[in-house]
Design a protein around this ligand. Sequence first.
Ligand SMILES: *Cc1c(COP(=O)(O)O)cnc(C)c1O
Length: 411
Amino acid sequence: MTDSPVWHPFTQHATEPSPPRVTRTEGATIHTDRGPLIDAISSWWVITHGHRHPPIMDAIRATAERLDQVIFAGLTHDPAEDLARALVDLAPAGLTRVFYSDSGSTSVEVALKMALGFWKHTAPGRPRHRIAVLEGSYHGDTIGTMSVGERGVFNAAYDPLLFAVDRLPLGADTLAAFETVAASGELAALIVEPLVLGAGGMVMYPPELLAALRAVCDRHGVLLIADEVMTGWGRTGRLWACDHAGIAPDILCTSKGLTGGAIPLAATLATEAIFAAHWSEDRSRTFFHSSSYTANPIACAAGLANARIWQAEDMQARLDRVAAMQADRLEALAGDRRFANPRQTGTIAALDLRTEGAGYLAAAGQQLRARALDRGVFLRPLGSTVYVLPPYCISGDELDRVWGVVADFAG
Ligand SMILES: *Cc1c(COP(=O)(O)O)cnc(C)c1O
């Protein structure tokens, strides 16, 4: 037993050593009481530009001089209004409405509620309520988001509370399976992580499949929800993963990189049709959702500072630089028989350790994590899947040190 009262996320306190204590962050570095660490996974995929990116910290500081949390029902403020306009400007075409919340999970819960509300209000006689999902997906850790995510060791204890969904295999059969399910006329929505299934093991699929799923949705009137919580803000090499496929979803979820990762905020973007379905003299058609911290002004100001960077700076060049560096490092390990399935989408690179025990609880990944820590690198393999998902400010030398740890790992 440890002395600390803190119960850490996804942490088995009986077996894991006590963690280093973080004292300061800067760029791609996390400084701790045991020395500096290179943040090779962007602090669980949130940090985009780098830790404490100056314009974002400036916006937080300036806004805190005049605003803190204010109720967002019956009141509004500039940071929320300005960020919403910027998001509509940056998002795939047709997403014209912005609903704020405070985490990726809540942005997905909001998306599911919007989809069911849409059908309840537009087809009251026979509202659609089923949700289709891709096998291996992750959408959060609340009851609703676990329901639409992959079932396994993570959520076995809660399974009796999870609602049923239609699961589509990911691969050659995806489209045919989706056609069949969609033709039932009972699907409210399909929810996907576009191009990269993150927590499911950095499983990647081509933009063509995403575009084809959009087409099936259109044919059968099924709403498409893109959970861009991880893939958004450049991770896949474009601002949105949907941009690779040239498609727009009906609902888009964003969080993680929305504030550059500095402070919690989420938004669920919807089409005019979905907003219009809730627009009525009849108050029972109100969208009944709120978080206490909806549209926190300081968080919105951080989001706006981030959005301005995407509007004004050559982010594409930065993403291309990281993608090219990642490709080089991955290429160097391509023929190495200790690793399988090297893969990359934009700034995200992954490969699998060839070990006996597969699955999330595989020991090799844990060993690699410990080895990396000893060498000043923070990695967190997903079972036997090793991935590097760095902030975009990472240098070539830092990336070499990260991949050096992976290359030296005997398994
Ligand atoms: C991280 C993640 C979530 C959940 O976000 P939280 O902020 O942790 O609640 C949802 N969907 C995807 C795809 C994610 O990667």
